[in-house]
Design a protein around this ligand. Structure first.
Ligand code: SOE
Length: 395
């Protein structure tokens, strides 16, 4: 008989992702039938004051400032890692060794070596039924899940072009402060790993193909910034009196790629595209059709069916992805009422808990997340080598 005991969760991290995951753990069992009911047992953070306040606000039973407590307690089943990348490997390895299921935020780690260690540990733990997943949350956007279904059904035919650009602007202002996302030691990389990793994962997941080679450029436009004062929004507010410090990651990246099926990929990610708030966009052109998506219009998917019999009426059509026939949508609102960013995380918990209940591997597992990590590393290596750069001749 299926295990119907509650699934007791400890979440590590109290900031943006900690809050997003908290609402998801709370909401998932209220809107979806889950094999086990998640219980929000323990919230872990660095500062006692902040963690206590967030635990009350977000609905956690207990709080702690020591993640090792979460890993060593017998009454915890899941460790949910929402901390900066430099801490992922240590927490994940300890949690897997203690027999806890692990959900880890993206990118999986700060280096390929760390990601390999995590993927190996996850593979070994899976043999005793301990499961792990990486939080590439955009996979849970109904419109993208629909796009994947279309591609898997063969509607687009062989894929020729993948064009993915993830554009944000929260670092456009040179006075925006330093935060951990600008520190290579903590974040691993900048726009590349923070948001480019989403595009890489989405592209490989949608097409079912992997990126086999890249040619890349990384750019840092603002090399020094004021130190962070108070927390607010994504990066916090600058402390006007503090000394400035170095930005050690990329502000923007661009690369071309080859996919295993032969498609040509063009990727761009930046947190300095003024006016683009969270434009996570992807367009895929196949021999018989295309899809196009922009997260700023997340409830819509553009679809071109080139196999039609009416050339006069041919063109992209805008599918409003809010019908019960669409992925994840049936459990929400009446047709046309739309979903938001937070729903991706709710769907992520639904998929994770469903896999735990069924004892099947959740996706993306750490192995798939390692594939993304390898692309991030190749992009950095290519940008450093500049092997493909040819100067333009000028008179
Ligand atoms: C910041 O760029 C950020 O919060 C990313 O870290 C998230 O992964 C993305 O979903 C939104 O933007």
């Amino acid at each position: 008989m299926a295990d119907q005991t509650p699934l007791r969760v400890a979440l590590i991290g109290t900031a943006f992702m900690g809050a997003a995951h908290s609402q998801a753990w709370r909401t998932a069992p209220r809107f979806f039938d889950l094999p086990r009911e998640p219980e929000m047992a323990l919230l872990v953070g660095r500062s006692a004051d902040t963690t206590a306040a967030q635990a009350t606000k977000l609905g956690w039973q207990e709080w702690s400032t020591d993640w090792r407590e979460a890993v060593s307690r017998d009454d915890i089943d899941v460790i949910d890692i929402c901390t900066p990348g430099d801490t992922h490997v240590e927490i994940a390895l300890a949690a897997l060794a203690a027999g806890k299921h692990v959900l880890c935020e993206k990118p999986l780690a700060n280096s390929v070596a760390e990601a390999v260690a995590m993927a190996d540990a996850a593979e070994q733990a899976a043999q005793s039924g301990v499961l792990s997943m990486c939080g590439f949350s955009y996979r849970r956007t109904p419109a993208l899940a629909l796009a994947r279904r279309f591609i898997a059904e063969g509607r687009l035919g062989a894929i020729r072009h993948v064009r993915a650009d993830y554009l944000q602007d929260w670092l456009s202002d040179p006075a925006a402060p330093l935060s951990w996302r600008l520190d290579k030691a903590k974040a691993g990389s900048g726009a590349l790993g923070d948001i480019g990793a989403h595009s890489i994962d989405t592209a490989q997941w949608l097409t079912g193909e992997s990126i086999t080679e890249v040619s890349a450029t990384l750019r840092t436009f603002v090399t020094e910034r004021p130190q962070r004062g108070a927390a607010a929004g994504l990066g916090g507010v600058a402390d006007p009196d503090a000394a400035r410090g170095p930005v050690t990651v990329d502000d923007a990246m661009a690369f071309t790629a080859t996919f295993s099926g032969g498609a040509l990929g063009v990727f761009e990610a930046t947190r300095m595209a003024t006016g683009r708030r969270n434009a996570n966009r992807i367009e895929i052109n196949g021999e018989s059709g295309s899809i196009a998506f922009d997260f700023e219009r997340m409830n819509e998917l553009e679809y071109f069916d080139g196999r039609g019999t009416d050339p006069e009426a041919e063109g992209f059509r805008r599918i409003v992805v809010t019908d019960p026939v669409h992925p994840y949508v049936a459990n929400w609102w009446p047709t046309g009422h739309g979903l938001g960013y937070e729903h991706l995380f709710t769907h992520q918990m639904v998929d994770f808990v469903t896999a735990i209940g069924a004892g099947t591997a959740p996706s993306p597992g750490f192995g798939e997340a390692l594939d993304v990590q390898r692309v991030l590393a190749a992009v950095e290596a290519s940008a450093k080598a500049r092997s493909q750069t040819t100067p333009v001749e000028r008179r």
